[in-house]
Design a protein around this ligand. Structure first.
Ligand SMILES: O=c1ccn([C@H]2C[C@H](O)[C@@H](COP(=O)(O)OP(=O)(O)OP(=O)(O)O)O2)c(=O)[nH]1
Length: 162
């Protein structure tokens, strides 16, 4: 375990800049208590994303994190609200054993072409704990009130909608 400047225990995560990332900031929190580290686009040339189009956008870095962690790549709400730009596989999963470049799979759900420029903050990365689990095959599961009910079996409308 490592420690922040204020002595908070913190998981140590190694981050490596990749060729082509010169001049780009590393992932950064935009406020002290933000959950996510904003990710900067590392594409050299501007990338036009037409309505409905998707693209895998480089970030210029790779990670090595402890096995108890994963990183999730999530959309930025401002880009989603104003331009319809979001992550297609939300949240993207970065496995602890992945050593390749972290990439962001963006899709344009908006009505207009959106240009992704180098250095732009395109998504955010949130680190999460992944508990160790042991899957055990059984013949029967315990009963619950819900049972196999799901997919709206309690109804979809509220009083306010009737
Ligand atoms: O938004 C993403 C999602 C994934 N990855 C990288 C890290 C992750 O560890 C790896 C595999 O991702 P995932 O498990 O989602 O992909 P898959 O389609 O199941 O492929 P694989 O067979 O490589 O696991 O790709 C990214 O860089 N960005």
């Amino acid at each position: 375990m490592s420690f922040l400047e204020n002595n908070t225990p913190a998981f140590p995560i190694r981050i490596k800049r990749l060729p082509g990332s010169e001049g780009l900031p590393l992932p950064e929190k935009m406020s002290a208590a933000a959950s996510g580290f904003d990710l900067h686009a590392a594409n050299i040339e501007p990338l036009d994303l037409a309505p409905g189009e998707r693209a895998l956008v480089p970030t210029g870095f790779a990670l090595a994190m402890p096995v108890e962690l994963e990183a999730q790549i999530r959309p930025r709400s401002g880009l989603a609200y104003k331009h319809g730009i979001t992550t297609l596989n939300s949240p993207g999963t970065i496995d602890a054993d992945y050593r390749g470049e972290v990439k962001v799979l963006l899709i344009n759900h908006g009505q207009e072409t959106f240009t992704i420029r180098r250095g732009e903050r395109i998504a955010q990365m949130v680190f999460q704990l992944v508990p160790a689990v042991l899957l055990t095959e059984v013949d029967e599961l315990d009963d619950t009130t819900r049972g196999a009910g799901g997919f709206g079996h309690t109804g979809l409308t509220t009083e306010a909608r009737k």
